[in-house]
Design a binder for this molecule. Sequence first.
Ligand code: NAD
Ligand code: 0WE
Length: 276
Amino acid sequence: MLDRRDACPATVQPGEGLPSMASLAGKLGIVFGVANKRSIAWAIAQAWHQAGAKLAFTYQGERLKENVEELAGTFGADTLILPCDVTMDDEITQVFARVGEKFGKLHLLLHSVAFAPREALEGDFLSTSREAFRIAHDVSAYSLVALARGAAPIMTDGGSIVAMTYYGSEKVVPHYNVMGVAKASLEASTRYLAYDLGPKKIRVNCISAGPVNTLAARGISGFGEMLKHYEAHAPLKRNVLPDELGATGAFLASDGAAAITGQVIYVDCGYQVMGM
Ligand code: NAD
Ligand code: 0WE
């Protein structure tokens, strides 16, 4: 007879997860885009860790080093934490060299990085400067190509690459401006990378998240109204929770998603299906 306690253990150890949760036991991953505890990257990293993955982290610059050390350090004192500005080819090369030395291989990569100069997210899209357009695309879209190329040689058992996107890539969201155009490029890059890396069993997918109150969202004027708009209009009548992005990230990383590649998965309480 199966005891109820066996079916539903009271303490969940890393790697065990919940009965419904896919296992990432034995998988090695790297996370780009943790700035603080509110970062979407941190929510997905926690889900990956809880599912049993061993993770390395990168941070953008000295300014964020301490934050990432404090968060990632909770996964063990030996957690690999490396600097990486994704616009710097030599830093990307260094990261994958160090990960190769420490892990020997890699299965998972999270891209949760975006930036456009503030002024480009304030006025109209028509005013976007050549430099703001270049920076937004370099940081937010090209970086996925560069990171995938760095990771592929050590993803020798196949792998799962997950990138974060937003609905402003396909419909006009006032003030999202050049970020919307960069996210369209990120999503198209995901499809072309899925084609190139498919033969190596490396999958590449995007999660399109509804608005979440993070550092990147804060300070964007009207963000509070945007959260209320989603609450009123999304089929589920609420906003997405960071844990729910974590759960989707864990699914896409898992063997349960083995036949899913090149896709954009909407984790937005259904907002994307609405026509009015
Ligand atoms: P966040 O500020 O916590 O994360 C953004 C990260 O990008 C930071 O860690 C920052 O250091 C990093 N970054 C920026 N420029 C970089 C560079 N040159 N090199 C390396 N790292 C750099 O905010 P977030 O909301 O968690 O954003 C993560 C991802 O989720 C982004 O791709 C964002 O577009 C996407 N997203 C956010 C929302 C939202 O509403 N917050 C919704 C959908 C998608
Ligand atoms: O991708 C994003 C935001 C990314 C972002 C945020 C900033 C703020 C600070 C990129 N670059 C910068 N540059 C800065 O100087 N989101 C999906 C969140 C977001 O941002 C918006 C949104 C939403 C949603 C901007 C305007 C309208 C809606």
